[in-house]
Design a protein around this ligand. Structure first.
Ligand code: GDP
Length: 509
């Protein structure tokens, strides 16, 4: 995990040595990994080693087979592979010991208890808190915050695309870009400060040089902000909402997509009253499909009314809305009338600009019940699929289309061969596709940085130079922009933000 983009000048000394099970808890596996980090990690390993090896640490970063004993009772606990990573070249930057023990609960608990019993008046050895290993890695400059978030995402990744995006962040590429931007800001700031300190008649020339540079940087950052939320969508899953009137076949479609009976299918209208969400891995893409309550006006049932409100909300939040319509109840025109007016239905929390990229697919279902040639499919720029979900007809075409739409949402390109592209893509191409923004936190700071750069440009341009922002205030705008970008990598952090980020981890990470 040595990250070349991170400088190792900062170190935080922790007196406590921490330990935890780092492999999955609650599962019986062949091997379990217990990690120890801190100034007494090596002592702990020696204390629980067999008397014959108690004086000798294994060669750094080489695996050694050791019998492990309880430090007080001398009871044999397990035979394990042990590794010693001396700081600062370890994950946390401190001395780290990794014990690869047999994966049973009994072995894990015996070894963990033995480590706890290594505590003596001079050495504090205690169980690690949630995310504490990674927090130490951050504090010791081994990872920046974008890499920390990448690591959290990598541990949580369920699809190939999520894994790729997480690795991209973990490997420091995002930090590199942010650092380039900050360096550009610092250079511009240096020029402005030179004018403040020494300037006079050089002022105008300096600003003539700087303003295009600031505008170019602003355009670069803005281009990432206008990424149609790709990073957030890859991370959280593309949201597909299935909407339509009761009994149209929405639950049947959800089950067909999920390939299991996730939602109850019933001929009784109003069966689905809440939003049923299913997470799917659609050829490497994370998708959250929600089946919603049927949209109808003629109900007095308060639970169903709430269900319909939630359905509208789900449709408002969705990246793709699939409208399912029963063909026996009319043509596409009728189907579109059933469509909730998606943006107006949203509860005001959504920025309509942000959702301008919503996509719609219409499914005319139950074609087995009618003469299909009678069915109009006037397109109106909307994709229309005729299906018999009951007979599994038209489903694969629909699924293929949804997949290519989701791929467009995640990759930001256009359809047509894009799925092939991704399957064959090499690391470089994948990297080029990876978005910088994966969280609201990133978006927030980048928006603030753009606003500060705008303020700088506006303050120093215009027809009336006497109204220009004083030089020191203009410099402050650049400083703010730099700080906002620095906040993303964790250069300027607050305890509160760090707590939120490290709480994403579980214990042992
Ligand atoms: P929802 O209320 O929109 O979720 O509709 P469901 O999926 O619960 O389906 C309502 C009824 O229509 C059920 O009895 C389904 O078996 C039936 N159904 C679903 N798709 C088809 C289809 O393609 N053809 C026919 N004939 N019946 C269908």
């Amino acid at each position: 995990y040595t990250n070349p983009a991170v400088n190792l000048t900062q170190t935080v000394f922790h007196e406590d040595t921490i330990f935890a099970l780092s492999s999955g808890a609650g599962v019986t596996a062949g091997v379990a990994v217990i990690r120890v980090s801190g100034p007494h990690a090596a002592d702990c390993l020696l204390k629980i080693s067999a008397p014959s090896t108690r004086q000798k640490l294994p060669r750094p970063r080489y695996a050694a087979l050791r019998k492990l004993y309880h430090p007080l009772s001398e009871e044999l606990l397990d035979e394990a592979l042990v590794l010693f990573f001396p700081g600062p070249n370890s994950f946390t930057g401190e001395d780290v010991v990794e014990l690869q023990v047999h994966g049973s609960r009994a072995v894990i608990s015996a070894v963990v208890n033995a480590l706890a019993d290594c505590t003596d008046p001079d050495t504090m050895i205690r169980p690690a808190e949630r995310g504490e290993f990674t927090r130490r890695a951050f504090e010791n400059g081994r990872l920046d915050l974008t890499a920390v978030e990448g690591l959290a995402d990598l541990i949580a990744a369920e699809t190939a695309m999520q894994r790729k995006q997480a690795l991209w962040h973990l490997s420091g590429h995002v930090k590199e870009t942010l650092e380039e931007w900050r360096t550009e800001i610092k250079t511009c700031l240096a020029h402005v400060e030179a004018v403040i300190d020494f300037g006079d008649d050089v002022d105008d020339q300096v600003f003539e040089d700087i303003i295009p540079r600031v505008q170019a940087l602003r355009a670069q950052i803005k281009a990432h902000l206008d990424d149609a939320h790709r990073g957030e969508i890859i991370r959280g899953g593309a949201r597909v909402a299935i909407v339509g009137k009761p009994n149209a076949g929405k639950s049947t479609l959800l089950n067909a997509l999920a390939k299991r009976p996730a939602a109850i299918v019933s001929p009784h209208a109003g069966t689905t009253r809440d939003v049923v969400e299913v997470q799917l891995d659609l050829n490497g893409l994370a998708v959250v499909v929600s089946d919603t309550a049927g949209l109808r006006d003629s109900t007095n049932d308060p639970i169903e009314i709430e269900g319909i409100r939630r359905a509208r909300e789900a449709a408002a939040r969705a990246d793709i809305t699939v409208l399912v319509h029963d063909v026996t109840e009319g043509d596409l025109e009728t189907a579109l009338q059933a469509l909730p007016s998606r943006l107006s239905a949203c509860d005001g929390t959504q920025d309509p600009d942000d959702r301008a990229d919503q996509r719609l697919v219409c499914v005319l279902n139950k074609v087995d019940l009618v003469n299909t040639s009678d069915q109009s499919s006037k397109d109106k720029d909307i994709e229309v699929f005729k299906t018999s979900l009951l007979r599994n007809e038209g489903v694969s075409e629909l699924v293929d289309h949804l997949e290519s739409m989701i791929r467009v949402v995640c990759e930001g390109g256009e359809t047509g061969g894009s799925s092939e592209n991704t399957k064959n893509t090499n690391t470089k191409n994948t990297s080029e596709l990876m978005p910088i923004i994966t969280r609201a936190r990133h978006r927030h700071h980048m928006k603030n940085a753009v606003a500060a750069l705008d303020s700088f440009v506006q303050g120093r341009t215009g027809a009336i130079p006497s109204l220009y922002l004083p030089m020191d205030l203009a410099a402050e705008d650049l400083r703010i922009a730099g700080k906002e970008l620095g906040a993303i990598t964790g250069q300027i952090d607050s305890e509160e933000v760090l707590d939120v980020i490290f709480n994403e981890f579980c214990i042992g990470k």
